[in-house]
Design a protein around this ligand. Structure first.
Ligand code: ATP
Length: 607
């Protein structure tokens, strides 16, 4: 098979893929509106072509009458004019109606596509965030904006409408003057080739520039987003970031402009050809009319058809090229929507025990992050028993947060197992399993919602339990923070919205702690929960902490040994391995890392 044949079949299959994606997008649409657009477009085409035909008939009629009668029947002529205008007007009204239905369809598709993106994003495994493919697909799908799916639908319908109109014109032209058909088809074909060729080049360029453009949008985000605002001003790095952004944009712009320049030249040449075709066709039909081979009505009809064909051809080709432009968006959208979570619920998940007895156990677990070859945890074994206060200490990067992520099944280990009351946690439904834990991470979420919402989001099932919410808030000191605010628990905790307030780091930590305490979970996991909280508040929180657990198990990560020394059992993690374990007294007696940390912190306080 020649390479030419392969590339042609390649092109065809790519075309089919594109249309397959457009049709797939229609599954998010309203079927009724789709039918309305279809019918209105058909009427528009029929009425427009009918109007051209009516012109021809009216001219023929007038010419015929003029031959036999000296006086022209004005009423008859006016009647024909009214029919022609009514048909044109009908076509315009149908055009506007189709546009309205198309816009309505666009809104619906956009909203449903965005909902599907959100659904997929929330259901995706946490590990997707470790992959740049995820960012490429999600970011692109999101950055395209809420209106992008609407544009795709609009472009697809314009292609359909333009195509039908061109087909209608071709059929009428065939009957009126078939000799003009091939030359007109060549002109439209040329326009099509140029548009598709350059759109494809732009598509490949977009793909090549994905990473570069992401760097540019990151720099743009850093310069404008609130989390960076303080440091950008303090270090005066605005100009540095702007230069970074502009350097990338310069390269990107140059590549795009290169394509646009060549496209403009090609388009101008095609326009010259198109104008020549219209001119030659008009000259041809004029010649036939002057030599008596064509009627005046044919001359008028052909000129009107050519003018109409020029506009329809341009619309059709432009929409088709825009649709090809949408291909990258569609590819990324569907790649993203097709991402399947690895941690899918088992078809027959085991029921979770009503009362946890043995607790959660890590059995000889080794784990590496997807993008990393070095294990973050090696042969780790650890137990968290119900009703017990277990502590985890270790230096930065020793694997403490990773261990929590495995406990809650945000990741699965490559070796060993995590068990819950003796059962491998992979046998449970992941969502139901995660509900056994309430966790506060170091980088907990600060929602721009009210104080109440910020706490109750961890257990929406307990929504109406205001007393329980207040109890959780009192335990952490969040109650005192919220009571001071203008709308108390119902104050929005962000300046992003009117009437919102900004909390301090420690105040936020109290809110997040209450969020962890509020749910009806079996285990509480706190990752450095008091790093920003003042010593008095911390002492209050951990005073009688075991009783506050109300039978729940707790795992607390902390660098403050005043907190850790109250634990029933402590694990010391070093470089991904459990280096030491035992009660406070046992660990002091071991005279290892723990004892050294304890001694160092104690010395700090004494001196
Ligand atoms: N998403 C990730 N992808 C790849 N590597 C990661 C990821 N998250 C953490 N790591 C790596 O895993 C190791 C353990 O990180 P982890 O966050 O568990 O440490 P930690 O003990 O909680 O540290 P710290 O006390 O500083 O919070 C580190 O070397 C870190 O670079």
């Amino acid at each position: 098979m020649s390479s030419k044949t392969v590339s042609l079949s390649d092109k065809l299959s790519r075309s089919f893929v594109l249309w397959g994606k457009v049709i797939a997008l229609l599954k998010f649409s309203d079927k009724r509106l789709g039918i309305f657009v279809f019918v209105a477009s058909l009427f528009e085409i029929a009425l427009t072509l009918g109007a051209l035909f009516a012109v021809k008939l009216a001219v023929e009629d007038i010419a015929q009458t003029a031959k036999v009668e000296t006086d022209i029947d004005l009423a008859r002529v006016m009647g024909s004019v009214v029919v022609v205008l009514a048909l044109f007007l009908g076509g315009r009204i149908m055009h506007s109606l189709a546009n309205y239905f198309r816009a309505a369809q666009g809104f619906i598709v956009s909203d449903y596509v965005n909902r599907a993106i959100q659904e997929r994003a929330v259901a995706a495994d946490l590990s997707f965030y470790d992959s740049s493919l995820y960012y490429d697909t999600l970011e692109r799908a999101r950055q395209a904006g809420a209106q992008r799916p609407a544009q795709v639908i609009s472009n697809a319908l314009n292609v359909f409408r333009g195509g039908m109109m061109l087909l209608g014109i071709a059929v009428v032209l065939f009957f009126v003057e078939w000799r003009l058909l091939p030359i007109s088809l060549i002109a439209v074909g040329l326009m099509l080739v140029v548009q598709v060729r350059f759109t494809r080049q732009r598509f490949h360029l977009q793909r090549r520039l994905v990473q570069k453009e992401r760097h540019a949008s990151y720099a743009d985000w850093v310069m404008t987003a609130q989390p960076f605002a303080k440091e950008i001003r303090l270090w005066d790095i605005g100009a540095y970031l702007r230069a970074q952004y502009m350097n990338i944009r310069k390269v990107v712009r140059k590549d795009y402009l290169d394509i646009e320049r060549r496209k403009s030249i090609a388009e101008s040449l095609v326009s010259v050809v198109g104008t020549l075709v219209v001119l030659a066709s008009a000259a041809f039909i004029l010649y036939r009319f002057s030599t008596g081979q064509a009627e005046l009505s044919d001359l008028i009809m052909v000129v009107l058809l050519l003018v109409r064909a020029e506009t329809a051809g341009r619309d059709f080709v432009t929409s088709l090229s825009k649709l090809y432009d949408d291909q990258l968006f569609l590819t990324q959208l569907f790649t993203f929507l097709d991402l399947e979570p690895v941690m899918k619920p088992d078809t027959t998940p085991k029921p979770l025990p009503a009362v946890a007895k043995a607790g959660v156990v890590l059995e000889d677990v080794t784990f590496s992050y997807p993008a990393s070859e070095r294990p973050a945890l090696r042969n780790v074994s650890l137990k968290i028993k119900p009703g017990q206060f277990t502590a985890l200490v270790g230096g930065n990067g020793s694997g403490k947060t990773t261990l929590i992520k495995l406990l809650c099944r945000l990741y699965d280990p490559q070796e060993g197992a995590v068990t819950y009351d003796g059962e491998d946690v992979r046998s449970f439904d992941p969502i139901a399993y995660r509900r056994q834990f309430s966790v506060i991470f170091q980088d907990f979420a600060q929602f721009a919602y009210t104080g109440r919402d910020n706490m109750r989001l961890s257990d929406l099932g307990r929504d109406s339990d205001a007393a329980r919410l207040e109890k959780a808030a009192r335990l952490t000191g969040a109650h005192e923070v919220l009571e001071e605010l203008p709308h108390k628990y119902d104050t929005v905790l962000s300046r992003m919205f009117d009437g919102g307030v900004e909390l301090s780091g420690g105040q936020w930590q109290k809110i997040a702690l209450s969020r962890a305490i509020f749910p009806d979970s079996k285990f509480i996991i706190l990752d450095e929960p008091t790093s920003a909280i003042d010593p008095n508040a911390e002492a209050e929180l951990f005073d009688g902490f075991r009783e506050k657990l109300e039978g729940r198990g707790a795992l607390v990560i902390s660098h403050r040994l005043s907190t850790i020394r109250q634990a029933d059992y402590t694990y010391v993690l070093n470089n991904g391995r459990i280096a030491e374990e035992g009660t406070h007294e046992e660990l002091i007696r071991q005279n290892g890392r723990y004892a050294e940390m304890f001694e160092r912190q104690g010395r700090g306080y004494r001196s």
